[in-house]
Design a protein around this ligand. Structure first.
Ligand code: NAD
Ligand code: MG
Length: 389
Protein backbone atom coordinates (compact mmCIF):
# COMPACT_ATOMS: atom_id res chain seq x y z
CA UNK A 1 0.00 0.00 0.00
CA UNK A 2 1.33 3.41 -0.98
CA UNK A 3 0.49 6.19 1.50
CA UNK A 4 -1.93 8.77 0.06
CA UNK A 5 -0.22 11.84 -1.39
CA UNK A 6 -0.70 14.89 0.85
CA UNK A 7 -1.89 17.77 -1.29
CA UNK A 8 -2.97 21.40 -0.90
CA UNK A 9 -4.86 23.58 -3.38
CA UNK A 10 -4.33 27.34 -3.28
CA UNK A 11 -7.29 28.92 -5.08
CA UNK A 12 -9.46 25.79 -4.83
CA UNK A 13 -12.70 27.62 -5.72
CA UNK A 14 -11.54 28.80 -9.15
CA UNK A 15 -11.56 27.17 -12.56
CA UNK A 16 -8.19 25.41 -12.10
CA UNK A 17 -9.18 24.53 -8.52
CA UNK A 18 -12.37 22.86 -9.81
CA UNK A 19 -10.47 20.85 -12.43
CA UNK A 20 -7.87 19.74 -9.86
CA UNK A 21 -10.60 18.62 -7.44
CA UNK A 22 -12.38 16.79 -10.26
CA UNK A 23 -9.25 14.67 -10.82
CA UNK A 24 -8.70 14.03 -7.11
CA UNK A 25 -12.28 12.95 -6.54
CA UNK A 26 -11.98 10.31 -9.27
CA UNK A 27 -9.26 8.57 -7.23
CA UNK A 28 -9.93 9.56 -3.61
CA UNK A 29 -7.82 6.79 -2.05
CA UNK A 30 -4.64 8.23 -3.56
CA UNK A 31 -4.84 11.65 -1.90
CA UNK A 32 -5.11 13.22 1.53
CA UNK A 33 -6.11 16.88 1.23
CA UNK A 34 -4.22 19.11 3.66
CA UNK A 35 -5.43 22.64 2.85
CA UNK A 36 -7.87 24.44 0.56
CA UNK A 37 -7.91 28.22 0.16
CA UNK A 38 -10.15 30.86 -1.44
CA UNK A 39 -10.57 34.59 -1.63
CA UNK A 40 -14.17 35.32 -0.66
CA UNK A 41 -16.37 32.45 -1.79
CA UNK A 42 -16.82 30.88 1.66
CA UNK A 43 -19.91 28.88 0.63
CA UNK A 44 -18.09 27.05 -2.16
CA UNK A 45 -15.05 26.53 0.06
CA UNK A 46 -17.29 25.03 2.78
CA UNK A 47 -18.93 22.72 0.28
CA UNK A 48 -15.53 21.55 -1.05
CA UNK A 49 -14.26 21.05 2.51
CA UNK A 50 -17.23 18.86 3.46
CA UNK A 51 -16.47 16.60 0.51
CA UNK A 52 -12.67 16.52 0.69
CA UNK A 53 -12.17 16.77 4.48
CA UNK A 54 -8.95 18.82 4.50
CA UNK A 55 -7.04 19.53 7.70
CA UNK A 56 -7.64 23.25 7.20
CA UNK A 57 -9.35 25.85 5.03
CA UNK A 58 -8.30 29.47 4.66
CA UNK A 59 -9.98 32.61 3.32
CA UNK A 60 -7.82 35.53 2.16
CA UNK A 61 -10.19 38.14 3.60
CA UNK A 62 -12.02 38.37 6.94
CA UNK A 63 -15.42 38.57 5.23
CA UNK A 64 -17.17 35.21 5.33
CA UNK A 65 -15.10 33.87 8.23
CA UNK A 66 -18.03 33.55 10.63
CA UNK A 67 -20.20 31.91 7.95
CA UNK A 68 -17.45 29.46 6.99
CA UNK A 69 -16.82 28.60 10.64
CA UNK A 70 -20.53 28.00 11.20
CA UNK A 71 -20.83 25.88 8.05
CA UNK A 72 -17.95 23.66 9.19
CA UNK A 73 -18.89 23.46 12.87
CA UNK A 74 -19.05 19.87 14.04
CA UNK A 75 -16.22 18.89 11.69
CA UNK A 76 -12.63 18.94 12.91
CA UNK A 77 -11.51 21.13 10.00
CA UNK A 78 -9.51 24.19 11.10
CA UNK A 79 -10.81 27.48 9.71
CA UNK A 80 -8.56 30.50 9.23
CA UNK A 81 -9.01 33.90 7.58
CA UNK A 82 -7.08 37.08 6.97
CA UNK A 83 -3.91 38.20 5.20
CA UNK A 84 -1.64 35.51 6.68
CA UNK A 85 -4.10 32.63 6.60
CA UNK A 86 -3.45 31.62 2.98
CA UNK A 87 0.33 31.75 3.53
CA UNK A 88 -0.09 29.61 6.66
CA UNK A 89 -2.08 27.09 4.61
CA UNK A 90 0.69 27.00 1.98
CA UNK A 91 3.33 26.53 4.70
CA UNK A 92 1.61 23.52 6.21
CA UNK A 93 3.49 20.33 5.28
CA UNK A 94 2.20 18.60 2.16
CA UNK A 95 3.83 16.76 -0.75
CA UNK A 96 2.18 18.58 -3.63
CA UNK A 97 0.68 22.03 -3.98
CA UNK A 98 -1.52 23.39 -6.75
CA UNK A 99 -0.77 27.12 -7.09
CA UNK A 100 -4.01 28.35 -8.68
CA UNK A 101 -4.64 31.75 -7.12
CA UNK A 102 -5.15 34.40 -9.79
CA UNK A 103 -2.80 37.38 -9.96
CA UNK A 104 0.16 38.63 -7.94
CA UNK A 105 -1.88 37.76 -4.82
CA UNK A 106 -0.60 34.22 -5.43
CA UNK A 107 3.06 35.19 -5.12
CA UNK A 108 3.53 35.16 -1.33
CA UNK A 109 1.61 31.89 -0.70
CA UNK A 110 3.25 30.09 -3.63
CA UNK A 111 6.66 31.20 -2.34
CA UNK A 112 5.79 29.67 1.05
CA UNK A 113 5.22 26.31 -0.65
CA UNK A 114 8.48 26.70 -2.59
CA UNK A 115 10.39 27.63 0.56
CA UNK A 116 9.53 24.33 2.21
CA UNK A 117 10.72 22.45 -0.90
CA UNK A 118 7.32 21.18 -2.03
CA UNK A 119 6.40 19.89 -5.47
CA UNK A 120 4.43 22.80 -6.90
CA UNK A 121 2.04 22.60 -9.85
CA UNK A 122 2.21 26.17 -11.12
CA UNK A 123 -0.90 27.58 -12.78
CA UNK A 124 -0.41 31.09 -11.37
CA UNK A 125 1.72 32.66 -14.13
CA UNK A 126 1.48 36.15 -12.63
CA UNK A 127 3.85 35.20 -9.80
CA UNK A 128 6.58 34.50 -12.39
CA UNK A 129 5.81 37.71 -14.28
CA UNK A 130 5.79 39.78 -11.10
CA UNK A 131 8.88 38.28 -9.46
CA UNK A 132 10.37 35.61 -11.76
CA UNK A 133 14.03 36.06 -10.87
CA UNK A 134 13.42 35.99 -7.15
CA UNK A 135 10.92 33.13 -7.46
CA UNK A 136 13.22 30.91 -9.55
CA UNK A 137 16.12 31.62 -7.17
CA UNK A 138 13.94 30.38 -4.28
CA UNK A 139 12.99 27.24 -6.25
CA UNK A 140 16.68 26.47 -6.77
CA UNK A 141 17.82 27.34 -3.25
CA UNK A 142 15.06 25.28 -1.58
CA UNK A 143 15.26 22.42 -4.09
CA UNK A 144 11.53 22.73 -4.77
CA UNK A 145 10.11 21.04 -7.86
CA UNK A 146 8.20 23.32 -10.21
CA UNK A 147 5.82 21.67 -12.68
CA UNK A 148 4.23 24.04 -15.21
CA UNK A 149 0.43 23.70 -15.44
CA UNK A 150 -0.24 26.50 -17.93
CA UNK A 151 -1.08 24.40 -21.01
CA UNK A 152 1.64 25.87 -23.27
CA UNK A 153 4.38 25.54 -20.67
CA UNK A 154 3.21 22.11 -19.69
CA UNK A 155 3.39 21.13 -23.39
CA UNK A 156 6.93 22.50 -23.68
CA UNK A 157 7.95 20.79 -20.43
CA UNK A 158 6.81 17.48 -21.91
CA UNK A 159 9.01 17.81 -25.04
CA UNK A 160 11.91 19.94 -23.75
CA UNK A 161 15.21 18.05 -23.55
CA UNK A 162 16.76 19.65 -20.46
CA UNK A 163 19.96 17.57 -20.97
CA UNK A 164 20.52 19.04 -24.43
CA UNK A 165 19.26 22.54 -23.92
CA UNK A 166 21.99 23.90 -26.17
CA UNK A 167 20.40 21.95 -29.06
CA UNK A 168 17.14 23.86 -28.73
CA UNK A 169 16.79 26.73 -31.23
CA UNK A 170 13.52 28.19 -30.02
CA UNK A 171 10.21 27.41 -28.42
CA UNK A 172 6.89 28.31 -30.02
CA UNK A 173 3.95 29.20 -27.80
CA UNK A 174 0.62 28.68 -29.50
CA UNK A 175 -2.25 31.10 -28.87
CA UNK A 176 -5.93 30.68 -29.66
CA UNK A 177 -6.09 34.36 -30.64
CA UNK A 178 -9.09 34.81 -28.34
CA UNK A 179 -12.63 35.86 -29.28
CA UNK A 180 -11.52 38.96 -31.26
CA UNK A 181 -8.85 37.32 -33.40
CA UNK A 182 -10.46 38.53 -36.63
CA UNK A 183 -12.04 41.78 -35.37
CA UNK A 184 -11.03 45.24 -36.54
CA UNK A 185 -9.67 47.74 -34.01
CA UNK A 186 -12.79 49.81 -34.56
CA UNK A 187 -15.04 46.90 -33.56
CA UNK A 188 -12.81 46.09 -30.60
CA UNK A 189 -13.46 49.58 -29.19
CA UNK A 190 -17.01 48.50 -28.35
CA UNK A 191 -16.30 45.10 -26.81
CA UNK A 192 -18.28 44.40 -23.62
CA UNK A 193 -17.04 42.42 -20.60
CA UNK A 194 -19.52 39.63 -21.45
CA UNK A 195 -18.06 39.31 -24.96
CA UNK A 196 -14.49 39.37 -23.65
CA UNK A 197 -14.97 36.57 -21.09
CA UNK A 198 -16.64 34.26 -23.64
CA UNK A 199 -13.54 32.41 -24.78
CA UNK A 200 -14.03 30.33 -27.95
CA UNK A 201 -12.02 27.29 -26.79
CA UNK A 202 -11.21 27.32 -23.07
CA UNK A 203 -13.44 27.70 -20.02
CA UNK A 204 -11.47 29.83 -17.53
CA UNK A 205 -11.70 32.50 -14.81
CA UNK A 206 -12.68 36.05 -15.82
CA UNK A 207 -9.22 37.64 -15.55
CA UNK A 208 -7.37 35.15 -17.75
CA UNK A 209 -10.28 35.18 -20.23
CA UNK A 210 -9.88 38.95 -20.68
CA UNK A 211 -6.10 38.48 -20.89
CA UNK A 212 -6.68 35.98 -23.71
CA UNK A 213 -8.93 38.48 -25.50
CA UNK A 214 -6.28 41.25 -25.36
CA UNK A 215 -3.54 38.64 -25.93
CA UNK A 216 -1.82 39.98 -22.81
CA UNK A 217 -2.10 36.36 -21.69
CA UNK A 218 0.39 35.35 -24.39
CA UNK A 219 2.66 38.24 -23.42
CA UNK A 220 2.60 37.10 -19.78
CA UNK A 221 3.32 33.57 -21.02
CA UNK A 222 6.43 34.71 -22.93
CA UNK A 223 7.77 36.08 -19.63
CA UNK A 224 6.66 32.92 -17.81
CA UNK A 225 8.49 30.77 -20.40
CA UNK A 226 11.64 32.89 -20.08
CA UNK A 227 11.83 32.09 -16.38
CA UNK A 228 10.78 28.44 -16.61
CA UNK A 229 13.04 27.46 -19.50
CA UNK A 230 15.83 30.04 -19.28
CA UNK A 231 15.45 31.30 -22.87
CA UNK A 232 15.70 34.89 -24.07
CA UNK A 233 12.93 36.90 -25.68
CA UNK A 234 14.19 36.25 -29.23
CA UNK A 235 13.99 32.48 -28.78
CA UNK A 236 10.35 32.47 -27.66
CA UNK A 237 7.96 32.79 -30.59
CA UNK A 238 4.18 33.06 -30.71
CA UNK A 239 1.96 31.36 -33.26
CA UNK A 240 -1.80 31.85 -33.43
CA UNK A 241 -3.59 28.51 -33.70
CA UNK A 242 -7.36 28.95 -33.29
CA UNK A 243 -8.21 25.26 -32.74
CA UNK A 244 -6.09 25.10 -29.51
CA UNK A 245 -5.02 21.51 -30.17
CA UNK A 246 -1.25 21.94 -30.56
CA UNK A 247 -0.42 23.32 -27.13
CA UNK A 248 3.14 24.47 -27.95
CA UNK A 249 6.35 23.30 -29.62
CA UNK A 250 10.11 23.02 -29.23
CA UNK A 251 12.36 23.37 -32.27
CA UNK A 252 15.72 21.56 -32.20
CA UNK A 253 18.92 22.27 -34.14
CA UNK A 254 18.41 19.28 -36.49
CA UNK A 255 15.14 20.71 -37.82
CA UNK A 256 12.89 18.56 -35.63
CA UNK A 257 9.95 20.33 -34.04
CA UNK A 258 8.32 18.45 -31.15
CA UNK A 259 4.82 19.34 -30.01
CA UNK A 260 2.28 18.16 -27.46
CA UNK A 261 -1.32 17.88 -28.67
CA UNK A 262 -4.59 17.34 -26.87
CA UNK A 263 -8.16 18.55 -26.52
CA UNK A 264 -8.38 21.99 -24.89
CA UNK A 265 -9.08 20.73 -21.37
CA UNK A 266 -6.91 21.84 -18.43
CA UNK A 267 -7.36 18.45 -16.78
CA UNK A 268 -4.62 17.09 -19.10
CA UNK A 269 -1.83 19.43 -17.93
CA UNK A 270 -3.12 19.27 -14.34
CA UNK A 271 -3.06 15.43 -14.45
CA UNK A 272 0.49 15.58 -15.83
CA UNK A 273 1.62 17.76 -12.92
CA UNK A 274 -0.38 15.76 -10.35
CA UNK A 275 1.01 12.42 -11.44
CA UNK A 276 4.54 13.46 -12.41
CA UNK A 277 6.75 11.56 -13.03
CA UNK A 278 3.99 9.00 -13.69
CA UNK A 279 1.09 9.58 -16.09
CA UNK A 280 -2.47 9.49 -14.75
CA UNK A 281 -5.76 8.80 -16.47
CA UNK A 282 -7.66 11.99 -17.27
CA UNK A 283 -11.34 11.99 -18.27
CA UNK A 284 -10.86 14.31 -21.24
CA UNK A 285 -12.28 14.13 -24.72
CA UNK A 286 -9.89 12.14 -26.92
CA UNK A 287 -8.36 13.91 -29.85
CA UNK A 288 -9.94 12.91 -33.15
CA UNK A 289 -7.75 14.52 -35.80
CA UNK A 290 -9.71 13.01 -38.69
CA UNK A 291 -12.85 14.62 -37.34
CA UNK A 292 -11.05 17.94 -36.88
CA UNK A 293 -9.77 17.70 -40.45
CA UNK A 294 -7.40 20.64 -40.40
CA UNK A 295 -5.31 22.66 -38.01
CA UNK A 296 -4.45 26.23 -38.95
CA UNK A 297 -1.69 28.62 -37.91
CA UNK A 298 -1.09 32.33 -38.45
CA UNK A 299 1.24 35.05 -37.20
CA UNK A 300 -0.02 37.25 -34.33
CA UNK A 301 -0.96 40.85 -35.18
CA UNK A 302 0.96 43.26 -32.92
CA UNK A 303 -1.03 46.26 -34.14
CA UNK A 304 -4.47 45.03 -33.05
CA UNK A 305 -2.96 43.33 -29.99
CA UNK A 306 -0.49 45.88 -28.54
CA UNK A 307 -0.24 43.90 -25.29
CA UNK A 308 2.18 41.56 -27.06
CA UNK A 309 4.57 44.45 -27.76
CA UNK A 310 4.25 45.76 -24.18
CA UNK A 311 5.02 42.38 -22.61
CA UNK A 312 8.05 41.83 -24.85
CA UNK A 313 9.29 45.35 -24.03
CA UNK A 314 8.93 44.61 -20.31
CA UNK A 315 10.90 41.38 -20.64
CA UNK A 316 13.59 43.17 -22.64
CA UNK A 317 13.89 45.98 -20.08
CA UNK A 318 14.09 43.51 -17.19
CA UNK A 319 14.25 44.60 -13.54
CA UNK A 320 10.85 45.65 -12.29
CA UNK A 321 9.36 46.28 -15.77
CA UNK A 322 7.40 42.97 -15.81
CA UNK A 323 6.18 43.68 -12.23
CA UNK A 324 4.79 47.02 -13.44
CA UNK A 325 3.25 45.45 -16.56
CA UNK A 326 1.51 42.77 -14.51
CA UNK A 327 0.19 45.08 -11.78
CA UNK A 328 -1.12 47.65 -14.29
CA UNK A 329 -2.77 44.88 -16.30
CA UNK A 330 -4.51 43.43 -13.23
CA UNK A 331 -5.94 46.85 -12.38
CA UNK A 332 -6.92 47.63 -15.99
CA UNK A 333 -8.67 44.27 -16.43
CA UNK A 334 -10.60 44.79 -13.17
CA UNK A 335 -11.60 48.29 -14.33
CA UNK A 336 -12.74 46.92 -17.70
CA UNK A 337 -14.78 44.16 -16.03
CA UNK A 338 -16.38 46.82 -13.80
CA UNK A 339 -17.48 48.75 -16.91
CA UNK A 340 -15.24 51.72 -16.06
CA UNK A 341 -13.04 51.66 -19.17
CA UNK A 342 -13.19 50.32 -22.71
CA UNK A 343 -11.49 47.18 -24.00
CA UNK A 344 -8.71 49.02 -25.86
CA UNK A 345 -8.04 51.13 -22.76
CA UNK A 346 -6.58 48.05 -21.03
CA UNK A 347 -3.34 48.13 -23.04
CA UNK A 348 -3.35 51.95 -22.99
CA UNK A 349 -3.38 51.96 -19.17
CA UNK A 350 -0.60 49.37 -19.05
CA UNK A 351 1.55 51.49 -21.40
CA UNK A 352 0.77 54.68 -19.46
CA UNK A 353 1.83 53.00 -16.21
CA UNK A 354 4.99 51.50 -17.70
CA UNK A 355 5.97 54.97 -18.89
CA UNK A 356 5.57 56.45 -15.42
CA UNK A 357 6.91 54.01 -12.84
CA UNK A 358 10.72 54.24 -12.73
CA UNK A 359 12.55 50.98 -13.41
CA UNK A 360 14.67 49.38 -10.71
CA UNK A 361 16.75 46.25 -10.54
CA UNK A 362 14.97 43.52 -8.59
CA UNK A 363 16.13 42.70 -5.09
CA UNK A 364 13.76 41.77 -2.28
CA UNK A 365 10.11 40.73 -2.18
CA UNK A 366 9.37 43.94 -0.24
CA UNK A 367 10.86 46.06 -3.07
CA UNK A 368 8.81 44.18 -5.64
CA UNK A 369 5.60 44.61 -3.67
CA UNK A 370 6.30 48.34 -3.30
CA UNK A 371 6.71 48.69 -7.09
CA UNK A 372 3.57 46.58 -7.63
CA UNK A 373 1.67 48.93 -5.30
CA UNK A 374 2.94 52.06 -7.05
CA UNK A 375 1.99 50.67 -10.49
CA UNK A 376 -1.50 49.80 -9.20
CA UNK A 377 -1.94 53.34 -7.85
CA UNK A 378 -1.05 54.89 -11.22
CA UNK A 379 -3.17 52.42 -13.20
CA UNK A 380 -6.17 53.13 -10.94
CA UNK A 381 -5.86 56.89 -11.20
CA UNK A 382 -5.59 57.09 -14.98
CA UNK A 383 -8.77 58.69 -16.30
CA UNK A 384 -10.08 57.45 -19.62
CA UNK A 385 -13.30 57.79 -21.50
CA UNK A 386 -16.03 55.58 -20.05
CA UNK A 387 -16.69 52.27 -21.75
CA UNK A 388 -18.79 52.48 -24.87
CA UNK A 389 -22.47 52.32 -23.90
P1 NAD B 1 -10.35 31.93 -11.12
O1 NAD B 1 -10.66 33.37 -11.07
O2 NAD B 1 -11.36 30.98 -11.63
O3 NAD B 1 -9.92 31.43 -9.64
C1 NAD B 1 -8.99 32.13 -8.87
C2 NAD B 1 -8.84 31.52 -7.49
O4 NAD B 1 -7.96 32.40 -6.73
C3 NAD B 1 -10.14 31.43 -6.69
O5 NAD B 1 -10.10 30.29 -5.86
C4 NAD B 1 -10.11 32.68 -5.83
O6 NAD B 1 -10.85 32.54 -4.63
C5 NAD B 1 -8.63 32.83 -5.54
N1 NAD B 1 -8.23 34.22 -5.29
C6 NAD B 1 -8.56 35.30 -6.03
N2 NAD B 1 -8.03 36.41 -5.49
C7 NAD B 1 -7.35 36.03 -4.39
C8 NAD B 1 -6.61 36.73 -3.39
N3 NAD B 1 -6.47 38.06 -3.42
N4 NAD B 1 -6.04 36.01 -2.39
C9 NAD B 1 -6.20 34.67 -2.32
N5 NAD B 1 -6.90 33.95 -3.24
C10 NAD B 1 -7.47 34.62 -4.25
O7 NAD B 1 -8.98 31.79 -11.96
P2 NAD B 1 -8.46 30.55 -12.80
O8 NAD B 1 -8.96 30.65 -14.19
O9 NAD B 1 -8.65 29.27 -12.03
O10 NAD B 1 -6.90 30.89 -12.89
C11 NAD B 1 -6.03 30.71 -11.77
C12 NAD B 1 -4.60 30.92 -12.24
O11 NAD B 1 -4.27 29.90 -13.19
C13 NAD B 1 -4.36 32.25 -12.96
O12 NAD B 1 -3.09 32.72 -12.65
C14 NAD B 1 -4.44 31.89 -14.43
O13 NAD B 1 -3.65 32.75 -15.24
C15 NAD B 1 -3.85 30.49 -14.41
N6 NAD B 1 -4.30 29.64 -15.53
C16 NAD B 1 -5.62 29.33 -15.65
C17 NAD B 1 -6.05 28.56 -16.71
C18 NAD B 1 -7.50 28.17 -16.84
O14 NAD B 1 -7.84 27.41 -17.76
N7 NAD B 1 -8.40 28.62 -15.98
C19 NAD B 1 -5.13 28.11 -17.67
C20 NAD B 1 -3.79 28.45 -17.51
C21 NAD B 1 -3.38 29.22 -16.44
MG1 MG C 1 -1.85 29.25 -21.28
Amino acid sequence: MVAPRRISILGSTGSIGDSTIDLIERDPGSYKVVALTANGNWAKLAEQAKRLKPEMVALAGQAGYADLKAALSGTNIEVAAGPNAVCDAASRPSDWVMAAIVGAAGLAPTLKAVERGAVVGLANKECLVCAGTLFMAAVKARKATLLPVDSEHNAIFQVFDFEQKNKIRRIILTASGGPFRTWSLKDMEKVTPAQAVAHPKWSMGAKISVDSATMMNKGLEVIEAHHLFGLDNDRIDILVHPQSVVHSMVEYCDGSTLAQLGSPDMRTPIAYALGWPQRLNAPVERLDLAKLGSLTFEAPDPIRFPALRLARAALQSGGTAPTILNAANEVAVARFLAGEIGFLDIAAIVEHTMDRVPLQSVSTLEDIMAVDGEARRIARSKNLSAAAE
